[in-house]
Design a protein around this ligand. Structure first.
Ligand code: IPE
Length: 257
């Protein structure tokens, strides 16, 4: 089984509120089908989640009554995105069912605490592809919080020990600095603890679920539950299929301890 994270930056236009990239998701779905591998899929929120979640500071927990509006709006937006993803997968003949974190997970101080993994087992056993996504989730301590797709991927990797975990993003992998800002940025083909510790600590991203460094920490922990963790560019045709089938491709690989 291959665990795939479809990043919000590849399935949505991050600069335009609630803009779904149906063509990209359908092409990625065709690449998944062509690999003939079974999968579980986690998707991010992109422009259906981050902007409003940040406006209402949902990552800080429930600190004021005004946040109720944000909780409701972001929950509604990310579920709308999820319905679009499921429909796009289904149109390409991936029979998928969504498992909604808001009703099957809890957080404790911003960290994923419980997740009903039984549902993933049961749908998978029925031959169905379980899909889950970054969502607004109740937090036992803070009241509310954001559960990122990366947290879900980490828990699912621990539970299911997939053959590989593939992070589908809008860049070729991890670079020495932000390739969109610096032409001298170099792709890092292999990332381990030492490489991560030596990366310059500029904040490349201010999403509610954290910077590239927070994401890389998750990836390093995931690399202990699977043989291979890859970060690939989903906008380049054929890369997801190549990553799934073990063909050569441009990407970054994360190596665990
Ligand atoms: C974010 O999930 C969830 C919300 C903002 C509600 P992710 O952190 O997994 O999303 P992307 O991939 O960065 O968009």
């Amino acid at each position: 089984m291959i665990l795939i994270k479809l990043g919000g930056s590849v399935i949505t236009d991050k600069g335009r509120y609630r803009t779904f990239k149906e063509d990209v998701v359908r092409r990625l779905a065709r690449e998944i089908v062509s690999s003939e591998e079974r999968t579980m899929i986690v998707h991010g929120a992109g422009s259906f989640g981050h902007v409003i979640a940040k406006k209402y500071a949902l990552q800080n927990g429930m600190v004021s009554d005004d946040q109720a509006r944000g909780i409701s709006q972001v929950t509604s937006d990310v579920r709308e995105l999820d319905a679009l993803v499921i429909k796009a997968l289904s149109d390409e003949e991936i029979e998928a069912v969504s498992i909604v974190p808001g009703s099957s997970a809890t957080l404790r101080e911003g960290k994923l605490h419980t997740l009903d993994v039984g549902k993933f087992h049961d749908y998978y056993a029925l031959g169905i592809t379980p899909v889950t996504f970054g969502d607004v989730v109740l937090d036992e301590v803070r009241g509310i919080g954001i559960c990122s797709g990366d947290q879900l991927i980490a828990r699912l990797a621990e539970e299911f020990r997939p053959d590989k975990v593939i992070f589908v993003t809008d860049v070729d992998g991890v670079f020495t600095c932000d390739p969109r800002l610096d032409g001298k940025a170099k792709l890092i083909e292999e990332i381990d603890r030492k490489v991560l510790d030596e990366l310059p600590r500029s904040e490349w991203c201010d999403d509610v679920t954290g910077s590239i460094f927070a994401k890389l920490e998750y990836m390093l922990s995931i690399a202990t539950s699977t043989k291979e963790v890859m970060i690939i560019n989903g906008n380049e045709h054929g890369r997801l299929a190549a990553a799934m089938t073990g063909s050569e491709l441009i990407c970054s690989r994360v190596r665990g301890a």
